[in-house]
Design a protein around this ligand. Structure first.
Ligand code: NAD
Length: 484
């Protein structure tokens, strides 16, 4: 099956921080793949803008190298690569002074969508917004794209929202959470609201509990300074896991429209109870004497930053009263695996007797790797041994089902950047959503500080600290495995 490509009109995209890691590794390769798909009209222009001094050719050489590494398949076509690079330009510019802004202004076209991607550290978000306005670069069809982290706590997120609001309308601000661009995350909405099968069962009457796991096998190398200040709660839980929780738990929006969807997500966050201290487990990976533990990596032998967090959340509304949501995320775990498991209740009465055992349906939604959906159903064990029951998976890998073979699914950034150009904010976080998520997160972190909480060590390559298992065990439940 070939995916439908919806063409977009010519646009100008300025990437502040165009020489940085995110731009080179993710944004530019995503743009190149979209270009190769034939989605763009003639005349699209991509302008890198950063402090480093480059001329246009120098920047194009840098981009070509990155594309050869991060979009290798498309780079087989040298003609396509050259045609893409022809659209790439560069301006040396300082976000904190007026240097380079006139040159940028000269390169921009009138009367077309203009997007400014803030692929720079958060301290530059305000100064960039201010200068875009001051240099009169903001047209009515201008959008800005803001990378995470969006604030460090509620106060800083509010301040940042207020600063951006001085220069741009909310409808021009695209706060990126790249998890929302993943194919399966969007499929969550398709599965829930496009099928009659699931929605009637999607409540506390039928769902025992829900598990959301975002496990990473990598550590924090290269991001030590940022991570030591953030930790797993700010880096992952407040944004990515919170967004997944919202999509799983929200009421059906009246339509698939940005504000209808975001209104429903916001209601979920606002209905979250404050998490009790005994419902949270923090962990920090240790290196088992290899010198590779968290503390050695950040060079702080007394660090109390968590690289793992697991918690039990409750949503106080009619749909979910009584159904716990267990969320966990961590670094250096046994495998890279992001999965949502909807654990249905046991059948109310077994006609097959005690010896048939207890069986419950599980709907697993895999975000990475191998995006897809599995529904575990109970059937009779084959053979003449009587009525024994066994759980078998109805498994759908998107790659297989949709015929993309061994091809990787489109990267989240491909989808998200094109949504910016098309002006579709559905998959971007609204300012009030971000603030509500911080309002839930802040007291948890404040509680750790007040109690002098120290994260529990866990072995690199494990499933996390033992206390996270206890969190479940106390409730008579257990985590599903973390499988690659
Ligand atoms: P980076 O340090 O690799 O790149 C920063 C870029 O900003 C460079 O191009 C640099 O020249 C430019 N820059 C710095 N100061 C400047 C100034 N005064 N004026 C103009 N340009 C300036 O950082 P990165 O990893 O690419 O991250 C960029 C943003 O994206 C950060 O907010 C980060 O939190 C976020 N982010 C990054 C990743 C990732 O995988 N790298 C993932 C998610 C979010």
């Amino acid at each position: 099956m070939v995916s439908r490509v919806i063409p977009v009109d010519p646009f100008d995209l300025v990437i502040f921080g165009g020489t940085g890691d995110l731009a080179q590794r993710k944004i530019l390769p995503a743009l190149f793949r979209r270009f190769c798909s034939g989605q763009w009209a003639e005349g699209v222009q991509i302008i890198g803008a950063a402090r480093a001094v480059h001329d246009r050719t120098g920047f194009q050489t840098m981009v070509a190298e990155s594309l050869r590494t991060h979009a290798a398949a498309q780079c087989q076509d040298e003609g396509a690569l050259r045609a893409f690079l022809d659209r790439v330009d560069y301006v040396t510019l300082d976000g904190c002074s007026n240097e380079g802004w006139d040159q940028l202004s000269d390169k921009l076209n009138q009367d077309r969508v203009r997007a400014f991607y803030f692929s720079v550290g958060p301290r530059l978000f305000g100064p960039l917004a201010e200068r875009i306005k001051a240099h009169d670069l903001a047209t009515p069809s201008t959008r800005i794209v803001v990378e995470k982290p969006f604030g460090h706590d509620l106060e800083s997120a509010r301040a940042l929202n207020a600063t951006l609001a001085e220069y741009f309308r909310e409808s021009q601000i695209y706060r990126i959470d790249h998890y929302l661009g993943k194919e399966t995350v969007q499929n969550l909405m398709a599965v829930r609201f496009g099928n009659m099968l699931f929605e009637p069962l999607w409540n506390s009457q039928y769902v025992d509990h829900i598990q959301i796991t975002v496990a990473e096998s990598v550590g924090i190398d290269g991001r030590e300074e940022y991570y030591e200040r953030a930790g797993a709660m700010r880096d992952m839980m407040q944004n990515h896991l919170m967004q997944l929780l919202c999509l799983i738990a929200m009421e059906p929006p009246a339509k698939f429209d940005p504000d209808a969807v975001r209104d429903e997500k916001l209601k979920v966050i606002r209905a979250l109870d404050q998490v009790q201290p005994h419902h949270i487990v923090r962990g920090q990976f240790d290196g088992g004497g290899s010198g590779n533990g968290y503390r050695e990596t950040v060079g702080n032998p007394r660090s109390t930053t968590e690289s793992y967090v697991a918690l039990r959340a409750h949503i106080s509304n009619w749909r979910w009263a009584g159904t716990p949501f267990y969320l966990r995320t961590g670094k250096r775990l046994v495998a890279r695996s992001s999965v949502i498991n909807v654990m249905f209740k046991d059948a109310p009465h077994s006609i097959f007797g005690e010896e048939a055992g207890r069986h419950a349906n599980v709907l697993s939604i895999r975000l990475q790797p191998n995006e897809g959906i599995t529904l575990k159903v109970t059937i009779k064990e084959p053979g003449p041994g009587g009525m024994r029951l066994v759980d078998v998976p109805l498994d759908m890998s998107f790659a297989e089902a949709l015929g993309s073979g061994n091809q990787d699914p489109p990267d989240a950034y491909e989808r998200l950047v094109m949504d910016v150009i098309r002006g579709n904010q559905t998959l971007f976080m609204r300012g009030d959503e971000v603030e509500a998520a911080w309002a839930w997160t802040d007291p948890i972190i404040a509680g750790w500080h007040a109690r002098g909480d120290v994260p529990k060590p866990y072995e690199s390559g494990s499933t996390g600290p033992g206390d996270a298992e206890l969190l479940m065990k106390r409730d008579g439940r257990r985590w599903q495995g973390i499988n690659p």
